[in-house]
Design a binder for this molecule. Structure first.
Ligand SMILES: Cc1cc2nc3c(=O)[nH]c(=O)nc-3n(C[C@H](O)[C@H](O)[C@H](O)COP(=O)(O)OP(=O)(O)OC[C@H]3O[C@@H](n4cnc5c(N)ncnc54)[C@H](O)[C@@H]3O)c2cc1C
Length: 813
């Protein structure tokens, strides 16, 4: 073939050859494009000549292309005929949509308990809710039109420059040519449902009977939402990376693959690109409930559906879709508490929960995979480098602590139900024993579904209602964020925004790094820093300390948790910090005391010894208040304040607490319009949808305001009392809780606390006296005095709090 007679398609192929050499195209793709541009006969005739120039410098490429060519043309004639027939059939179908409808042979089946997006939309518009069949004539983006479009695109390529979208279309052609007669692939969009077991979206995909293309898209901006959300901080991003590694492996074990992609500029464009490239006809995903993500998804589904793509959305992230929770018949009194939420769910039931689904053993693959990017390129597990170039591996302890896989999730669940659940009801507050499930990161990333956990808990030998209720707490958080989209950054109780907050950066830093001088707080914050987790009780202790004793706004704690927790969850974290920060719908009716709380959760100091090893030689009874140790004891234990262990950053806890209380009282007086004069409760502006839902029975307590509705919400007695006289020092309703189990137990704790301290100091001075006497006898040559009986150190040998009948501690004998 001389250059003079070279046709346009041939020069386009030469152009593509350059792309291949530059590594921007793979041999398979290149070959398919040749077939598209030249047609079968010319490809057979010209291909080997066209690739000849590669044989010297790019020998490997050349041999790959040759074998692709030989393989393709080794097909017998009947196969080729079939291909031709299929393509012409598509052409015919394009001009005869009726025929296409009648021939729809792979209508999908959606499990009854789940809904497609089409269902949800038709339902909400009051239609009958029937499922939109995949091959419905209104679907604009059918296979035949795509083939046609692709052909047109190829016709219009201008030879000199191939644009990205042209390339994508060519790739789509490649997919179609490879699998011309099969059903069009379905994109399974993994988000926060990174599991094989009990994954309705995954099973829904399989029911479509088409090849499945699992994808994970990452766009940090979209996750963030409009406010200061800190949706995925360092630790949880690290977990996400590892969970994706594990998901990829699970998919590969099933003959599939995970395509990872940076969704730039948006998830919508990335998905559209994928649909174009693969010819996929539907997208399947699990619903997300953060309002900004829901908004994004709603717009995205709508655009895709307009383009003829069918979108199937399943609900499995929570036990209950938060957008279906109604207060009808229950009202708004007590809103924010888990019992109110459970009443709403019971009174207004949704469809049944159904039972967990099995994992599939295989997944049908497409004939060719779309191009993604390496998982590492998503930048989820980025490690900074030192000046000398070495990597700072900050996640080393997180790796040692956790198994990030779905199997790891099941192991945790089984171990908990076999062992920990027996102690959960009464002893879940213990910091020194693994009495809780540690399932939070797995639940957050959907490596376990809430339904699986609930089923397993119900079927366990020992049933813990308290544990099962925790799943309702989780749903409550998602309901709250669905009602209050600003939950992660805006206090729900307006007056509290005006509180006088501390700006002492050194205090905040000391809290973050576990250097406050309060061993229990420090141990918990160090555990968080190193492992990305701490238990619920300890989260209450450190949150109380930050807010009630250090006077920082709750948002500081929320953001730090979001960055350091492996289970950082915008909805739960925001709800809990708002409640702890006195601004939530249900603010905590207690303040954890940083020393006395230890007597309930770490009575022998085991937890503190693990995370603050510099204190490990201190006796049990003083390890939580080392500043009370006699100097000699500190010397023996090697504790030097300000050196081996920090000085306390605040000394007078009572005074700090009283100040916090006074500040609250004064803002409540300043913003009287947000205090209900009748009940003394705080008033919170609530969204009208909530009020409309409940109205009727609630007219009496909901005040109609110009800018919304104000609802009286649960308010601490001590606040009501203090507001009457902000300078008052003797508030009888003090919320400071020394322990957690009961006030009675607190009193016992206080008694033991005092007795132990006195006894320990007495012992210490007796020892000192003995030593002095012995030394002076030695000096004066007198006989040694007889040694007193019993050990000088009063180290506790038995933990008196591990069994607390009826919540009352048994004092030591
Ligand atoms: C200030 C503060 C911040 C918190 N931030 C988060 C967070 O970012 N992510 C998070 O998952 N939990 C958060 N929690 C709730 C709770 O502390 C953790 O879910 C729990 O410690 C996780 O440990 P676990 O799995 O052993 O819990 P378990 O006691 O075994 O509970 C089982 C599951 O129930 C759910 N759950 C438990 N407690 C709560 C709760 N109070 N609210 C909602 N769901 C709950 C979790 O999914 C948990 O995994 C926070 C609590 C506080 C006080």
């Amino acid at each position: 073939m001389s250059a003079g007679e070279e046709t346009k398609p041939v020069s386009e192929v030469r152009e593509l050859l350059r792309e291949l050499i530059l590594g921007r195209e793979d041999p398979q793709g290149f070959f398919c494009m040749c077939v598209s541009l030249l047609g079968d006969a010319d490809t057979r005739r010209l291909f080997l000549d066209l690739i000849k120039p590669l044989s010297s410098e790019y020998e490997h490429l050349h041999s790959q292309l040759t074998s692709v060519f030989l393989e393709y043309f080794s097909k017998d004639e009947s196969e080729e005929l079939e291909l031709a027939l299929t393509l012409s059939l598509y052409e015919t179908k394009q001009i005869d949509p009726e025929d296409k409808l009648h021939n729809s042979d792979h209508q999908h089946h959606v499990p009854r308990s789940y809904k497609t997006y089409a269902d949800v939309r038709t339902e909400s518009s009051g239609a009958d809710g029937s499922v939109v069949p995949e091959n419905q004539p209104t679907a604009k983006c059918t296979l035949d039109t795509e083939v046609h479009k692709t052909r047109n695109a190829i016709k219009h390529i201008n030879g000199d420059k191939i644009t990205k979208s042209q390339k994508r279309r060519l790739r789509k052609k490649q997919h179609l040519l490879k699998n011309p007669s099969g059903p069009r692939p379905v994109v399974l969009w993994f988000r926060r449902d990174l599991r094989m077991w009990d994954n309705p979206a995954l099973i829904g995909c399989l029911e479509l009977g088409a090849p499945v293309i699992p994808v994970f898209l990452w766009n940090a901006m979209e996750e963030e939402g409009p406010g200061v959300t800190m949706s995925t901080g360092g630790a949880s991003k690290y977990w996400l990376h590892q969970a994706l590694v594990s998901l990829k492996r699970s998919l590969e074990e099933r003959g599939s693959h995970l395509v990872t992609l940076k969704a730039e500029p948006s998830s919508l464009t990335a998905l559209q690109g994928l649909m174009d490239e693969t010819g996929a006809a539907s997208v399947v995903a699990t619903a997300l409930y953060e309002p900004w993500l829901k908004e994004r998804d709603d717009a995205l589904w709508e655009t895709l559906e307009k383009r003829g793509v069918t979108c199937h959305i399943y609900h499995s992230y929570c036990l209950r879709d938060p957008y279906t929770v109604s207060t009808r018949g229950v009202g708004l009194r007590g809103i924010g508490s888990v019992s109110h939420f459970m009443s709403c769910c019971q009174q207004n039931p949704a469809g049944g929960l159904g039972s967990p689904l099995d994992a599939p053993t295989t997944l049908p693959s497409p004939s060719a995979w779309p191009q993604g990017c390496p998982l590492a390129d998503l930048g989820l597990a980025r490690m900074p480098r030192r000046k000398d170039g070495t990597v700072i591996d900050w996640a080393v302890d997180i790796r040692k602590t956790w198994d990030f896989s779905e199997e790891g999730a099941h192991t945790h669940l089984e171990a908990f139900l076999r062992d920990g659940v027996y102690r959960y009801e009464k002893e879940s507050c213990r910091a020194d024993a693994p009495n809780t499930s540690c399932l939070s990161p797995y639940l957050h990333f959907g490596q376990l579904s809430a339904r699986q956990v609930l089923w397993a808990a119900r079927g366990a030998r020992c049933k813990s209602p308290k544990f099962q209720r925790k799943l309702a707490w989780r749903d409550l958080a998602y309901w709250q964020i669905s009602l209050f989209p600003d939950l992660p950054w805006e206090s729900l109780r307006p007056p509290y925004k005006a509180l006088r907050w501390s700006s002492d950066h050194a205090h905040l830093k000391a809290w973050q790094r576990g250097r406050t001088g309060y061993p229990l707080v420090d141990a918990a914050m160090r555990q968080l820093w190193q492992t990305g987790w701490m238990n619920n009780y300890m989260r209450h202790v450190v949150a109380s300390f930050l807010i009630a004793y250090l006077h920082f706004p709750w948002q500081e704690g929320y953001r730090w948790f979001q960055d350091t927790l492996v289970d950082a969850d915008v909805a739960i974290d925001a709800m809990m910090w708002q409640n702890g920060g006195m601004c939530g719908l249900d603010h905590w009716n207690f303040v954890m005391h940083p020393i006395d709380a230890a007597l309930t959760c770490d009575p022998c100091g085991t937890f503190v010894r693990q995370w603050c090893p510099e204190l490990k030689a201190l006796p049990d009874d003083l390890i939580h208040k080392p500043w009370k140790c006699p100097t000699s004891m500190l010397r023996r234990a090697g504790v030097v304040f300000g050196d081996s262990y920090p000085e306390r950053i605040v000394i007078d806890l009572e005074e700090r607490r009283a100040q916090s209380l006074q500040d609250v009282a004064s803002v409540r007086r300043r913003f009287r319009q947000f205090v209900d004069q009748r009940s003394g409760c705080d008033l919170v502006p609530v969204p009208s949808r909530l009020v409309q839902d409940a109205l009727g029975s609630m007219e009496d307590i909901v005040k109609h305001e110009k800018n919304g509705f104000l609802l009286p919400v649960i308010t601490r007695m001590e606040f009501k009392h203090q507001s009457e006289d902000p300078d008052r020092q003797d508030n009888p309703y003090s919320a400071v809780l020394k322990g957690y189990v009961s006030r009675k137990r607190d009193e016992t704790v206080a008694f033991l606390n005092e007795r132990d301290f006195t006894a320990s100091v007495m012992c210490e001075s007796a020892q000192r006296r003995e030593r002095l006497e012995r030394d002076s006898c030695l000096l004066e040559g007198l006989p040694r005095p007889t040694a007193s009986r019993g050990g000088a150190r009063r180290t506790q040998t038995r933990d008196p709090y591990s069994k607390v009948p009826g919540g009352v501690a048994v004092p030591r004998k």
